[in-house]
Design a protein around this ligand. Structure first.
Ligand code: ADP
Ligand code: ZN
Ligand code: ZN
Length: 731
């Protein structure tokens, strides 16, 4: 820069701001301040101020600096976002067709995190000073302070068992003085050799294989191990290796209800808890974790998908546990797959990424087959326990009587397990009491006013609830259509209804429902998971929450109430997802001691998914599924992108989607399907139409979409247009 030329004294920076625009805005850097790419700043944007990050320094921008606004604040206590993270943000934006600023928004979460936490006032003993009169209360205070450390006033009063006035008295007499203490000391570091379990030979081989992935660029490893094979113990050794190399590690889990058990296991291995990152932690803790990750004080994070965007100082490993889980896909704002983007982040920064599952995604299996991923298989349970014996109950022949949902064969199995003191788990992926409520007199069905979905009765709460928008209404006494009183009937079962049946059948058993919507929220759920783990329940009824990786050591029997749910679906991954879910849930049985049993209630005993589950022939199922995908050109052999148009006016949304389809540039490689009304045609008062673009694997579908959307009609009148690359949910 030419500092002697007055025209060039101003530094101009482009700043990415958290709004949905295509690029960065330019600002002047305030005199006397210095910024570099990645520096976090506050800038004026229209009438407000927003937090953004310097993306580039532009010494010779062809803009008259007089017309530019000035950066209003530089957060110079926070390290600038490094090159790797900025490249990652740009990469994700480019891949998802999202605005880079909206991706950056996932990095910059809270302003509070950008300034160091203010120190808190405390008190300390002045050396040698003695009070005029040593009362017993004062004596207790001084004894408590013998170690010479500073205390908060309230903490000291509590520890010494005195009132705050005793401490004030000692302050007045200059026996104690006020000092400032750091708000939170850095968390203790994991200890690499705290308590390593001896690994089985298969586990050791996998752990050694993972360790060998370090220092080889962005290698990806897939641990394909049956439920209970000790995948966690194995990837703990990869974490140890990352820490040994002075790197940080991140573990992604699909469900926060799982973190409790994970935290305890991590502590058993490394002597400390890792940091947690998900929607349930407090703003204060969130800021601490964000800062600790950026400063390097935090070495290991366990988190939900959004932790992928944390500003790690020296990230050197990502583990994606239960990698097949659809919860890793975010659907709103920037639709992205945290599993796939974890692989990208590892690739960009040259560190290993480990995917783990008992039922990997077809995508990951294919990647392992062609050698893109290193495969480590753990075909046996760590305890040596056999996998559960599975059998189908053909509901056409051996089903329950009318109005009942559990077949006699299953009830018999539960009775036997209960008599032996074992736990049973009944799995039904339907919350509430009944999925549909109707009037016996006139046939009126209760539907959500804002969504094309039935209202689900929640009998414990005495409410009808929409599972798509959260709308609730009390269960009415009379039918709103024909005014008949007490004429409402519940159709089909939800978990609450199964619980009712179980309580009737087994009045002495302790019955517990585990569902994500139980009153009391995540804390209660965590407690109840622990109760089950420790044997405080005999029969557990759960939704898909219980399928996800949780270890219930006393669980002996798993009954799948409706194995067909999820098979009939417009989703190309329906078979795969059903297989994964049912293999996972039946895998909860007999994990430690063996002797587990699984029952699948089905009307389709001949369906390939059911047959594959019963024969435990996982490989055959995957091979058949892979061939079917290859033949149909579906992922991972082809690429898919959904374009979803939604708006408050049905006709307008439909007309727009048709016009958009007509504007699609003809291209031999691209097949365009739709527009079709979405399976859930209306959500939250918005009508939805879907277009689906298919192309071969090597084709640059993003470039095609970008071109198409740039020449196509632009959404107006409250219409929203969302692109979803590699969609996972087809509702
Ligand atoms: P997965 O994640 O593959 O389902 P886990 O890692 O949860 O399996 O292990 C299942 C159970 O086996 C856990 O209770 C775990 O502590 C135990 N376990 C795993 N490996 C070993 C080992 N090498 N020695 C002793 N116990 C083990
Ligand atoms: Zn009626
Ligand atoms: Zn609704």
């Amino acid at each position: 820069m030419l500092f002697d030329d007055p025209d060039f004294q101003e530094t101009i920076a482009s700043v990415l701001v958290p709004v949905a625009v295509a690029g960065a805005y330019t600002y002047k850097v305030p005199p006397g301040q210095s910024v570099v790419p990645g520096t976090i700043v506050k800038v004026p944007l229209g009438p407000r101020e927003v937090i953004g990050a310097v993306w580039d320094i532009e010494p010779d921008a062809a803009i008259n600096p007089k017309k530019l606004k000035t950066i209003s604040h530089v957060y110079d206590k926070t390290p600038p976002l490094d090159d790797d993270l900025r490249r990652f943000v740009d990469w994700v934006a480019n891949w998802t067709l999202g605005a880079p600023g909206m991706v950056l928004r996932m990095v910059l979460r809270s302003e509070e995190a950008l300034e160091p936490e203010a120190p808190v006032p405390g008190v300390r003993r002045i050396e040698g000073a003695e009070p005029d009169r040593l009362t017993p209360a004062r004596g207790r205070v001084l004894a408590t302070m013998e170690d010479g450390f500073a205390w908060t006033k309230s903490g000291l009063a509590h520890a010494a068992g005195v009132s705050a006035s005793v401490i004030d008295g000692l302050l007045q007499q200059d026996v104690l003085e006020t000092v400032l203490m750091p708000a939170a000391p850095p968390p203790p570091k994991p200890q690499l050799d705290y308590a390593q379990k001896p690994l089985t030979p298969a586990q050791q081989a996998a752990a050694d294989g993972l360790t060998a992935c370090f220092g080889k660029g962005g290698a990806v490893a897939l641990i394909d191990g049956v439920t209970g094979s000790g995948k966690t113990e194995v990837y703990f050794e990869a974490i140890a290796e990352a820490l040994r190399r002075g790197k940080q590690a991140l573990v992604l889990l699909p469900e926060i209800a799982l973190t409790e058990q994970f935290l305890r296991r991590f502590e058993q291995r490394f002597g400390v808890y890792p940091a947690e990152w998900h929607s349930q932690i407090t703003v204060k803790n969130r800021s601490r974790v964000w800062r600790g990750v950026a400063s390097g004080d935090v070495r290991v994070v366990i988190g939900a998908r959004s932790s992928l965007f944390l500003p790690f100082k020296e990230l050197g490993l990502i583990i994606v546990d239960e990698e097949h889980d659809a919860a890793f896909k975010q659907d709103d704002r920037v639709p992205y797959s945290a599993r796939d983007m974890a692989v990208v982040r590892g690739h960009l920064s040259g560190f290993p990424v480990v995917l783990a599952s008992a039922t990997p995604s077809v995508e990951s299996i294919v990647n392992a087959e062609v050698g893109r991923y290193k495969l480590f298989e753990l075909p046996e349970r760590a305890s040596g326990a056999a996998l559960p014996d599975l059998m189908a109950i053909d509901m056409r022949q051996d089903g329950p009587e009318r109005g009942r949902w559990l077949a006699p064969g299953l009830v018999h199995g539960i009775a036997g397990t209960f008599a032996e003191g074992g736990q049973s788990l009944l799995f039904l992926n339907r919350r509430g009491y009944a999925p549909l409520t109707l009037c016996r007199t006139c046939g009126h069905r209760f539907q959500c006013a804002h969504c094309s979905a039935w209202l689900v009765e929640h009998r414990f709460q005495k409410k009808l609830v929409c599972h798509h928008c959260g709308h609730q209404e009390p269960v009415p006494k009379a039918c709103p259509s024909c005014q008949s009183v007490d004429s409402l009937v519940a159709c089909g079962p939800g978990v609450e209804r199964i619980a009712e049946e179980v309580t009737e059948l087994f009045p002495q058993a302790r019955v517990l429902v585990l569902s994500s919507d139980i009153a009391g929220g995540p804390d209660r759920l965590k407690r109840e998971m622990k109760i089950v783990e420790e044997g405080g329940a005999d029969i557990v009824i759960g939704t898909q929450l219980v399928a996800k990786g949780h270890n219930f050591p006393l669980m002996k029997l798993v009954g799948v109430v409706d194995a067909d749910l999820g098979l009939a679906h417009g989703d190309p991954r329906a078979a795969e997802k059903t297989f994964q879910l049912l293999a996972q849930v039946t895998g909860r049985a007999g994990r430690v001691t063996g002797g587990g049993k699984g029952f699948l209630q089905t009307y389709n005993a001949d369906h390939p998914v059911i047959k594959a589950l019963l024969s435990s022939d996982k490989k055959a199922f995957y091979q058949a599924e892979i061939e079917a995908r290859r033949a149909a050109g579906l992922p991972p052999f082809g690429r898919l992108a959904a374009v979803i148009v939604s708006g408050p006016d049905r006709g307008y949304a439909e007309g727009f989607s048709r016009a958009l389809a007509r504007a699609a540039p003809p291209d031999q490689a691209v097949t365009l399907l739709g527009p079709a009304e979405a399976a859930l045609a209306m959500v939250r008062g918005r009508y939805r139409f879907r277009l689906l673009a298919m192309a071969p694997r090597q084709y640059d579908l993003q470039a095609y979409l970008r071109h198409w959307l740039s020449i196509g009609p632009k959404p107006t009148k409250g219409l929203r247009l969302q692109v979803d690359i590699d969609p996972q949910h087809f509702l």
